[in-house]
Structure formats: structure tokens, C-alpha cells
Design a protein around this ligand. Structure first.
Ligand SMILES: CC(C)(COP(=O)(O)OP(=O)(O)OC[C@H]1O[C@@H](n2cnc3c(N)ncnc32)[C@H](O)[C@@H]1O)[C@@H](O)C(=O)NCCC(=O)NCCS
Ligand SMILES: Nc1ncnc2c1ncn2[C@@H]1O[C@H](COP(=O)(O)OP(=O)(O)OP(=O)(O)O)[C@@H](O)[C@H]1O
Length: 199
């Protein structure tokens, strides 16, 4: 039995940057955001459910889902967010488990599950250990608005839709502060991989 590591952290805290580094080291990563994106593509069951729940006004002219428009709706309204989550999350969980098992059955000693909402959605039963990447609120806001075309108000709505950082820190087996350089992030990851006997 291999080790399943749940990698989590608030929006724009550095999960994808950490995941890319882990992949470079040969550790497989299953990406919840990517799977969630595939789950709502045209023709998927969740796509139809989302249109039923939110109406056709959330579609682009080519009938794909307008993600920034849907984001504006759900990040400022908890009830609507719950509706979207209840449509998308079951399919995402199932596919994540399938991919993780495929890696472990194929001989990987460990697999990382990159799950932004690991604690919010109470998914810790899916993993053996939890690793949190976090940044200070100022760095989070600044990295989020320099990466995505969001106003400060939209960015703040996304940040406050997630569990407060102090709570996530308490729930995690290991934490990494990513306020410094990417190299500093990578060295901390190396330290934890050694501590957990993964490298
Ligand atoms: C609302 C949507 C359409 C916005 O799409 P967009 O391309 O703008 O953002 P993207 O998907 O890249 O997500 C960026 C980040 O937002 C945060 N986030 C996304 N969905 C949620 C949510 N339901 N609740 C809280 N935070 C969320 C995560 O930190 C994620 O890493 C999209 O995020 C979505 O379909 N969300 C529901 C599925 C979900 O929960 N995905 C996240 C993990 S499974
Ligand atoms: N140590 C760092 N120094 C400078 N920039 C960084 C650092 N770590 C991450 N970044 C940048 O910050 C932004 C957010 O990082 P990343 O995309 O890895 O976060 P994430 O947690 O995966 O975000 P999301 O939850 O939205 O998927 C990216 O533009 C990334 O290049």
C-alpha cells in the first residue's frame, strides 16, 4: 500500500507550483482543479445539471460554460456555491480516487492529491497525510490578482469563500509557508519528503 498525500491550501497559495515540483521529482500528482474542469465540459453529466440549476445565461456563445461569470455568481453566494459543489464534487472525488489507485497499483510508492477544498469538503478520509501550503493574506491577494484577471473585490470574494487559514493550519500534518522564493518553497518540500521517508 502506497502513501496518499493530500496537498491543499487557499487560492493562489502555491499548490500548482508545489505540484509541478513534485512531478519533476517523479511523484505522481492527481489534480482536482483539472478534473473539475473536465467534469463540466460540454456533454458531461455535470454540464447538463449546471445548466438546469443556473440557466443558459451562464453559457458562452459556443455553449461552453462561462467560468468567470459562473465564478462571480457562486463566490458571492454560499447557497449557490453549495448547489454547484453538490453537482461537481461527487464526480471529482470518484475520478480522483480512480487516478490515485491507478498510480498506486502501477507501483508508485506515493501519490499526491492536490485538492483545494480538502478541509472545506471534509475529504481527509481520502488521504493518509495532509500538507498545507500557505501565504500571508497580503501575498495571497497580490499573487491572485497578478495571475488572474480579477478585481480586488472579486479576489476577496474568492478568498473569503474558503476556510480561514488558522483553521487549516490546525488541521494539517505539515505546513509550508510560501511567502519567499520558489526555491525556498522547493527546499521545504524536500524537507517534508525526507521526513515522511518519500525520498
Ligand atoms: C466556479 C468555477 C467555474 C470558476 O472557474 P475558474 O476557472 O475561474 O477558477 P478555477 O476552477 O481555476 O479555480 C480556482 C480556484 O478557486 C477556488 N475554488 C474553486 N471552486 C471553489 C468552490 N466551490 N469553493 C471555494 N473555492 C473554490 C480553488 O482554490 C481553485 O483552485 C470553478 O472553480 C468551478 O467549477 N468550481 C466548482 C468545482 C470546485 O469546487 N473546484 C475546486 C476543487 S474540486
Ligand atoms: N514562491 C513564489 N514566488 C513567487 N511567485 C510564486 C511563488 N509561488 C507561487 N507563485 C506564483 O503565484 C501564483 C499562484 O501560485 P499557484 O498557481 O501555484 O497557486 P495555487 O494554490 O495552485 O492556486 P489555485 O488555488 O488558484 O489553483 C502563480 O502565478 C505562481 O507562479
Amino acid at each position: 500500500m502506497g502513501l496518499k498525500i493530500g496537498l491543499t491550501g487557499g487560492i493562489a497559495s502555491g499548490k500548482s507550483t508545489a505540484s509541478n515540483y513534485l512531478r519533476e521529482k517523479g511523484i505522481p500528482v492527481v489534480d482536482a482543479d483539472l478534473i473539475a474542469r473536465q467534469a463540466v465540459e460540454k456533454g458531461m453529466p455535470a454540464y447538463t445539471e449546471i445548466i438546469k440549476a443556473f440557466g443558459e445565461s451562464i453559457l458562452n456563445p459556443d455553449h461552453t460554460i462561462n467560468r468567470s461569470y459562473l465564478g462571480d455568481i457562486i463566490f458571492k453566494d454560499e447557497e449557490k456555491r453549495k448547489v454547484l459543489n453538490s453537482i461537481v464534487h461527487p464526480a471529482v472525488r470518484k475520478e480522483m480516487n480512480r487516478q490515485a489507485e491507478t498510480y498506486l497499483n502501477g507501483g508508485s510508492r506515493s501519490v499526491v492529491l492536490d485538492i483545494p477544498l480538502l478541509f472545506e469538503s471534509q475529504l481527509t478520509h481520502m488521504v493518509d497525510k495532509t500538507l498545507l501550503v500557505f501565504v500571508s493574506p497580503q501575498v495571497q491577494m497580490q499573487r491572485l490578482i497578478s495571475r488572474d484577471p480579477l478585481t480586488e473585490e472579486q479576489a476577496a470574494a474568492r478568498i473569503s469563500s474558503q476556510m480561514p487559514l488558522e483553521d487549516k493550519i490546525k488541521l494539517s500534518d505539515a505546513v509550508i509557508r510560501n511567502d519567499g522564493t520558489k526555491d525556498e518553497l522547493y527546499r521545504q518540500i524536500d524537507g517534508i519528503l525526507r521526513e515522511w521517508n518519500i525520498i
